[in-house]
Design a protein around this ligand. Structure first.
Ligand code: NDP
Length: 333
């Protein structure tokens, strides 16, 4: 068996020293366990936070520990009454080729309903993050302007489409012209801003949002968000989903103080994690699946191949090398 472990805690951007592939024998199965062959693994920005020894909503990885994260696999041997050989399962077993799972750690997925990869993306935590963050905190109304940073990524591209379903005018911010064209032509965004080529973000946002910003769904933080916050309308809502621009900084990112803006605009800014809504996941998953079926929600995936390429795929997130959900295919079913 091969596993990818955290070899050392990164300072700044992770690199080849951060991860190590190790060989390890798979343990003998005990009653209630199944042996899983990994098919697909998810690489996610939040994993960067877990590489740091810091208090968060989720435990940090230990040095020497397998990188844990969302993954899908096939049961190849079973000593559980609940799973049989051939079942496709999802769990948090992460970056390893095989895993002896306890039956309580995994959940069966039905490969006949939708491509299995969607359970790590649009029908999984990604879609649920977009759904609850936008609808519960952002609460977009018909005709309002919704701005999304990280708009062509997994969460952002879902947020924009849900905002369109709710009748909002949607403006996406992303890092390439190809991404902007994808958002407008394929996903129906009204406008897009390539933050890498634009000269003055605040005036560009004013131009693309002539009626101001009612909802800002923030995936990136930093200077992009500073600029969007200058264009808020009264009673604007700001779901703070992620701050990827700061995840690899070695020193704290100090920006403009926002209290004055929030007061002047009576704006609401709220951080959240998808886990806050775990008791409502069935509701969200059902709605997302329905929109998908009706063709109201589209998704794209960037799928890299090869177990050994998982670390570089993870780093691609910080380079913007993905459109939609970034996954790595480890083996065929
Ligand atoms: P994405 O698919 O959006 O991938 C990350 C994207 O971020 C890249 O494609 C890149 O696109 C953009 N990016 C990278 N570095 C920067 C930077 N310095 N400045 C601006 N943009 C940058 O990942 P996810 O959809 O999985 O996650 C999006 C955000 O949501 C992350 O911040 C993540 O931590 C957060 N998140 C939060 C959850 C929660 O429960 N609160 C759950 C899931 C995700 P580009 O080319 O546009 O730069």
């Amino acid at each position: 068996n091969q596993q990818i472990i955290l070899a050392e805690r990164p300072k700044g951007m992770p690199d080849t020293r951060t991860f190590k592939i190790v060989e390890k024998n798979v343990e003998e199965l005990e009653k209630g366990q199944v042996l899983i062959k990994t098919l697909l693994v998810s690489v996610d920005p939040y994993m960067r936070g877990r590489m740091q020894d810091e208090e968060s909503y989720i435990e940090p990885y230990e040095v020497g520990q397998v990188i844990e994260g969302g993954a899908i696999g096939e049961v190849i041997e079973s000593k559980s009454d609940q799973f049989k050989q051939g079942d496709v399962v999802i769990g948090m077993f992460g970056w390893q080729k095989y895993y002896a799972a306890n039956e309580k750690e995994i959940r069966k997925i039905d490969p006949s309903l939708a491509p299995i990869s969607t359970h790590l993306g649009i029908l999984g935590l990604t879609g649920l993050t977009a759904y609850f963050g936008l609808l519960d905190i952002g609460k977009p109304k018909k005709g309002e302007t919704v701005v999304i940073s990280g708009a062509a990524g997994a969460v952002g591209s879902s947020v924009g489409q849900i905002a369109k379903i709710k009748g909002a005018r949607v403006v996406g911010i992303a890092g390439s012209d190809e991404k902007i064209s994808y958002l407008k032509k394929e996903l129906g965004f009204d406008e897009g801003i390539n933050y890498r080529t634009v000269k003055d973000m605040a005036s560009e946002i004013r131009l693309k949002c002539p009626d101001g910003v009612d909802v800002y769904f923030d995936n990136v933080g930093g200077e992009i968000s500073d600029a969007v916050l200058t264009q808020l309308n009264r009673f604007a809502r700001i779901p703070v989903c992620g701050a990827i621009s700061s995840y690899n900084l070695e020193e704290a990112d100090i920006g403009p103080r926002v209290q004055g803006t929030l007061i002047k605009k009576s704006a609401l800014m709220q951080g959240f994690t998808a886990g806050n809504y775990s008791d409502r996941f069935p509701e969200g998953a059902k709605q997302l699946a329905q929109w998908l079926q009706e063709g109201k929600l589209k998704y794209r995936e960037t799928i890299k191949a090869g177990f050994e390429n998982i670390p570089s795929a993870f780093l691609d997130l910080f380079k913007g090398n993905n459109i939609g959900k970034l996954l790595v295919k480890v083996s065929e079913r």
